[in-house]
Design a protein around this ligand. Structure first.
Ligand code: ATP
Ligand code: ZN
Length: 284
């Protein structure tokens, strides 16, 4: 049995539970009301915790693995291992100053008061840049502190930047990119490691599928070569003759981020009746 710690409530909670569901791991849906629950069809027990507590639980071995933001794991300085980034819960951590303040570079932070909930990460950044400043650790609403003259700058999570703007702040230093990731305890026994490997195999198949689309298109035979050159499929595309003589059906897999670009090229090359579908799992 593998014990997994996930966030009880918050920005990572839904993403974590959905990921497990997509991996074919089912559990009772009122699970989140409890402190822990067992999966119905995988040897997995889940603990629902505050995200800040997850690195420590994993370090201590109360949980074998945990899903938590890289920002929180790094700030905790827990002695745990990152196994797999997950592609959700993406954010960045930045330093912001009042928007009218002149700012020319990190040296301008010298001797300033910086408010943050992430004192360790901030200290590391300042040390790296040989700047010394006063770090004011507070647990929430960091972005209001310059407005009430409690701080000269802040170090906090930014996702869209709209919270900064509405507090009259502007982002001046991007310190860290973060996303949710699976972390594990350093000393897992071989049985638990095998379960973790199985879980990661499933997660990778799900996440890879999310980044890809399956496409089918009809192509006149004389254009086949040109169309196949455009398609960077997993291997070479599948080509099957259509009922109508002189035409073929081509099947392939393309990356989501190249999608529109490739579709246009395929149309220009003479492809017709393009059909695009999501892929549920992808195993290479
Ligand atoms: P908890 O009650 O579990 O302590 P919290 O209030 O500390 O929750 P959330 O706001 O749910 O935490 O954020 C959890 C994590 O989600 C953050 O540590 C970060 O990794 C990630 N995240 C992604 N985007 C954002 C965002 N826009 N604001 C805050 N966190 C974000
Ligand atoms: Zn938290």
């Amino acid at each position: 049995m593998l014990t997994l710690a996930i966030q009880k409530k918050g920005r990572l909670a839904t993403g974590s539970l959905e990921l497990l569901e997509h991996c074919g791991i089912h559990f009772e849906h009122n699970g989140q009301e409890k402190l822990k629950t067992e999966a119905l069809n995988f040897p997995l027990e889940m603990l629902f915790l505050r995200d800040d507590d997850i690195p420590r639980y994993v370090e201590d071995g109360v949980a074998d693995i945990g899903i938590v933001g890289e920002n929180v794991a790094l700030e905790s300085a827990a002695d745990i291992l990152k196994v797999l980034p997950l592609g959700f819960g993406k954010c960045r951590m930045s330093i912001a100053v009042p928007k009218h303040l002149a700012y020319t570079g990190v040296q301008d932070l010298q001797d300033k008061r910086i408010a943050t909930s992430y004192p360790r990460l901030l200290k590391k950044f300042l040390n790296r840049n040989k700047v010394s400043a006063q770090i004011h650790e507070i647990s929430g609403s960091v972005e209001i502190t310059p407005g009430i003259n409690m701080a000269d700058a802040i170090f906090d999570i930014v996702s869209t930047g709209s919270t900064l703007i509405s507090n009259g702040l502007r982002e001046v230093e991007l310190v860290l990119h973060s996303e949710a990731a699976v972390y594990r305890n350093r000393r897992l026994n071989p049985g638990k490691l095998a379960l973790l490997e199985n879980l990661c195999f499933r997660i990778q198949a799900v996440n890879k599928a999310k980044d890809h689309k399956y496409i089918l298109l009809n192509v006149p035979n004389e254009k086949l070569e040109q169309v196949c050159r455009i398609l960077p499929g997993m291997k070479s595309p599948t080509i099957m003759p259509l009922g109508e003589p002189g035409w073929s059906s081509v099947h392939s897999v393309i990356k989501e981020d190249k999608f529109w670009e490739i579709i246009q090229q395929l149309k220009d090359a003479g492809a017709e009746s393009l059909l695009v579908t999501d892929i549920e799992k992808m195993i290479l």
